[in-house]
Design a protein around this ligand. Structure first.
Ligand code: FA5
Length: 348
């Protein structure tokens, strides 16, 4: 058999093998065997040495043609195998859109935030602005502008985390009162604001006290504001958050920045006013302090106390949340145990 016939036969057999190869591994091994240095084509070409000189170019170019044909047959087959592989995968990985979905675990606002949101909504509806203040506060705003000069004995009412002589972790949201009053332009109308946020005190943690807790400050300054406006506002807050059934009481109290001052208690959720360990046997839980803004506070913020007056309050959303949801230990709010928190889902 001549070399050309040998090559033709080899090509036909190789093409059969190439076109029936099922995977890339197989096609790669065919390529190496067929076209490699020890492969049959190289072998045939070696036989050219025995051919007469004039026949060599003819056979040589035929051999190159065969090699090119096989190379492109291999490339085509390779591509085909890839396509088959992809369509097989697509077939296998088809998504069944009728299968039920995997539920996604959604978070929710913390129970204290839920109370703050509720109170914010109530006040926004009455035209109050919501104001933010810094948690790292100046002694000047936290105490002095609130009518608590240095060495005033009432500073002991709020044991303080000091950072420097002049800087502290605010013990109350009341400094936002001074910050807002200083900036207010009364030609544009009365001042009505609330300010929710975190406050810090060196209190010993127990069932109703935490060293970090929340307050919502409220402040209204205008002409002719009376104690009756304050009482009506406090009653509205209590009814909105707790419903009609829970009672509130006002007790005379003292704050350096209000005169007169009151403290507001809500009847204990646990014993319904009978007295228990949560309310320390009083039947009541203190939830907020309030009063008529002291003239000194107005004056220090540049407001004419002969024309303007108002009321202020500072309520504890943590205590509100305890009463509203029947939580008998404030520390639960700060442990962030998901099993506890998810009991109060807004989604029901
Ligand atoms: C004040 O902080 C005043 N700034 C409130 C105020 C504002 C009075 C404006 C008048 C005018 P007091 O220290 O009582 O007041 O705290 C207010 C409320 O914060 C309390 O009624 C209580 O609900 C809450 N509270 C106080 N200490 C703690 C504590 N350690 N843990 C949790 N809640 C607390």
């Amino acid at each position: 058999m001549g070399l050309k016939d040998k090559l033709t036969e080899l090509k036909e057999n190789a093409l059969k093998e190439i076109n029936t190869a099922e995977d890339l591994k197989k096609i790669n091994s065919i390529r190496v065997n067929l076209l490699g240095k020890k492969g049959p084509i190289t072998e045939v070409l070696r036989g050219m040495r025995d051919l007469p000189k004039e026949e060599r170019p003819n056979v040589g170019s035929f051999a190159n043609k065969v090699r090119d044909e096989l190379t492109s047959a291999i490339a085509e087959r390779k591509e085909r195998i890839e396509i088959i592989k992809i369509s097989k995968r697509l077939e296998e990985e088809k998504i069944d859109v009728t299968l039920p979905g995997v539920p996604v675990k959604a978070g929710q606002p913390h129970i204290i935030m839920q109370v703050i949101d509720q109170i914010e909504k109530l006040f926004l509806g009455m035209g109050y602005q919501v104001v933010d203040g810094p948690e790292v506060e100046e002694d000047h705003y936290n105490f002095e502008m609130m009518n608590l000069p240095k060495d005033h004995p009432a500073r002991d009412m709020q044991d303080t985390f000091y950072i420097t002589d002049k800087l502290l972790m605010r013990t109350q949201t009341s400094p936002v009162q001074a910050r807002t009053m200083e900036k207010h332009d009364f030609s544009k109308g009365p001042l009505k604001m609330i300010s929710p946020g975190k406050v810090y005190r060196r209190d010993t943690d127990d069932a109703t006290h935490s060293h970090q807790f929340h307050q919502i400050e409220g402040l209204v300054i205008d002409k002719n504001i009376t104690m009756a406006d304050l009482k009506g506002t406090l009653q509205l807050i209590a009814r909105t958050v707790f419903g009609e059934e829970r009672e509130i009481r006002l007790r005379p109290s003292y704050f350096p920045f209000t005169e007169p001052s009151v403290e507001v208690d809500v009847s204990c959720f646990k014993c319904n006013g009978q007295g228990c360990s949560v309310c320390k046997n009083t039947g009541w839980i203190e939830v907020l302090g309030a009063g008529m803004v002291h003239p000194n506070v107005l004056k220090m913020s540049g407001i004419d106390a002969d024309i303007y007056g108002g009321f202020a309050f500072g309520l504890g959303p943590d205590r509100f949340a305890m009463l509203k949801y029947g939580v008998d230990d404030i520390r639960e709010f700060y442990l962030n145990d998901v099993r506890f928190l998810k009991q109060f889902s807004q989604r029901g």
